[in-house]
Design a protein around this ligand. Structure first.
Ligand SMILES: Nc1ncnc2c1ncn2[C@@H]1O[C@H](COP(=O)(O)OP(=O)(O)O)[C@@H](O)[C@H]1O
Ligand SMILES: [Mg+2]
Length: 352
């Protein structure tokens, strides 16, 4: 718990008030020092004065919020100005606005309420993070034996002469490839739910990106006899993580190639209003039945496949949203038949 007030005697009486409680408390008269403390220690509850000489309470709360959005904020002030109260609530996102002089019992009750609110808010996320950490460690560990199996099957394939045995080795190799992909998607699902994961962005030119990406998919496309038309008419630069963006498109093309009926895919890039680029990915696999369309972006939702993980589209959407974009799907009719059309809207840096 952090208390900030420019008046020493106020802090002294707050200290006295908290003595009977089991709070771990810090008291500060200087807002800059208080921000340092927020940075270093993090607090469940921050109680601040409004009028202070170096920095006003609203500015302080806004800065504290930028450092640590979890702490629950209380304003304790003798200064009753409705505009200031409004600003504190709106900009500082505060939990309670209390008046000086305070009633000790009431103030303690309010602080305890704030602590309970903080605990409830953070408990669920903490559990999820723990589970995610455990899962991601496990997935890492599972990858080692997968690599071992794959490596051995590759060696074995060259070792044996018999064709049927070679084909079994091929199956093992392909299946370990799938296992590895699934493991990667699980790691991505964990990374995407972690608000503290680092963002690796660079300026990406979509025309050159799609040329390279098309190259990578040329072989699988021709093995499946699927034609892909690429229409990137605009020269558009986006701030992206190339890895993440490739993953989005790879998941879309993998899904399309998993549909028997698909023999055409079209990818187009257009520039829309409001600084957004629209990437559209269309196939001719018949589209998505209305009964499942609202759920395809849900984590673990899979439909009509034996080996689906239900992670592909959920990860894709999370990645797009992390880039401040939107992703949605429609069924469309086009020259090659009916199919699913996935649209990704992303803010661009520049477009010509
Ligand atoms: N292009 C598509 N056409 C029709 N249905 C699709 C298409 N892409 C995805 N789907 C549906 O959405 C579901 C979820 O996709 P996804 O999240 O990638 O998981 P998975 O591929 O592992 O099932 C798929 O199981 C499929 O039923
Ligand atoms: Mg998929």
């Amino acid at each position: 718990m952090l208390f900030l007030d420019d008046e020493e005697n106020i802090l002294r009486s707050l200290k006295r008030l908290c003595r009977s409680e089991s709070f771990d408390t810090r008291f500060c008269t200087n807002p800059d020092e208080a921000l340092d403390l927020v940075e270093r220690e993090g607090f469940a509850v921050i109680v601040t004065d409004m009028r202070m000489p170096i920095m006003d309470g609203i500015t302080f709360l806004r800065k504290a919020l930028a450092i640590d959005s979890d702490s629950v904020r209380i304003v304790l002030t003798g200064y009753s100005d409705i505009e200031a109260a409004k600003a504190a609530v709106n900009e500082g996102n505060i939990f309670k606005y209390l008046n000086k002089p305070w009633d000790g019992k009431q103030l303690l009750a309010n602080i305890n309420e704030a602590v309970a609110y903080f605990n409830a808010k953070t408990a669920r996320r903490r559990d999820l993070m723990k589970l995610g950490e455990f899962m991601s460690q496990m997935v890492h560990d599972i990858r080692n034996p997968i690599h071992g199996i794959r490596g051995s099957a590759e060696l074995l394939k060259d070792y044996i002469g018999e064709q049927t045995a070679k084909e079994f080795c091929e199956i093992i190799i392909n299946q370990t490839g799938r296992l590895n992909e699934m493991a990667t998607e699980l790691l991505v699902a964990y990374k995407e739910q972690n608000p503290h994961a680092p963002k690796e962005r660079s300026a990406v030119d979509l025309q050159s990106f799609f040329l390279e990406w098309e190259q990578l998919w040329q072989q699988p496309l021709s093995e499946r006899s699927v034609d892909m038309t690429l229409g990137v008419g605009v020269d558009c630069t986006l701030g992206l993580s190339i890895n993440d963006f490739s993953r989005v498109l790879n998941n879309l093309i993998t899904n399309a190639l998993e549909i028997e009926a698909v023999d055409h895919i079209r990818v187009t890039v257009k520039v829309e209003d409001q600084g957004l680029a629209a990437v559209q990915f269309v196939d001719n696999g018949g589209g998505i039945p209305a009964s499942v369309r609202s759920r395809i972006f849900d984590i673990f939702f899979t439909h009509g496949k034996e080996n689906g993980t239900g992670l592909g589209l959920s990860n894709a959407k999370k990645i797009v949203e992390k880039h401040n974009g939107r992703m949605f799907v429609q069924n469309v009719d086009w020259e090659h038949g009916r199919g699913a059309a996935f649209t990704i809207m992303l803010p661009y840096i520049s477009a010509v």
